[in-house]
Design a binder for this molecule. Sequence first.
Ligand code: MN
Length: 266
Amino acid sequence: MRILLTNDDGILAPGLAAMYRRLTALGHVDVVAPESGQSAAAHSITVRYPIMSRQVHVGGEFHGYSVEGSPADCVKLAIHALLDAPPDLVVSGINAGENVGIHVLYSGTVAAAAEGALQGCRAIAVSLEYADELDFDRAAEHAIAVIRDVLDNGLAPGELVSINIPALRPGWPRGVRVAGQSTARLSETFERRNDPQGRPYYWLSGNLLRDVQETADTDLRAVREGYIAVTPLMVNLTDPSRLSAMRDWPWSWPQSGGGCGAAEPT
Ligand code: MN
């Protein structure tokens, strides 16, 4: 199996190295990852600037390609320019910090895996709940077991799964829980400060999941309760529950393409 490993924390991030060491048991691993931290880059891509890439060596050995771009850039460039053959599996992570709930939308880690899915690969994002001490080696050990289970049970090309590992407190993880994405709102605050010239600037400071009250059976709650959350994600953002009702709305113009699927090209 050919595996493309990427992340959003940068090619030298310890979470990527820990995941690399475990993934080599599953097949050939190519690393293509951002040159620098790209957390919260979401699914952005670079279109107006050239994308620089260089070979990175660690300890005298070839480690992979760094890319001065977003996580999604890395996956596109890997598949269409850098790698000899397309990967069977794209793994993104291990991210320093959980990507549950609304954070899924901001996450570069999840976006890199989603890009892999868009490119027709099996895709898995792996994130570790943030804590004062992040034990990526143990997290990778848990992650590889879950990845094996996911692959054994069936992950089709183009399908995306997100794995979130709880902080490794004593006795955790308590198990695996398949859970949907939380839509709980974050409590958001901006700190207003002044620069040396006295001009105000703002800094997002309260964008925290830990302040969210969550009662539903979601990825957020699973991680909070010490379980590894496994979430099947899809890139199609269409809301199927409103699709047919909106087609019946009295539009000012005649509707074209009525009855066609949402994903069909126009
Ligand atoms: Mn990150």
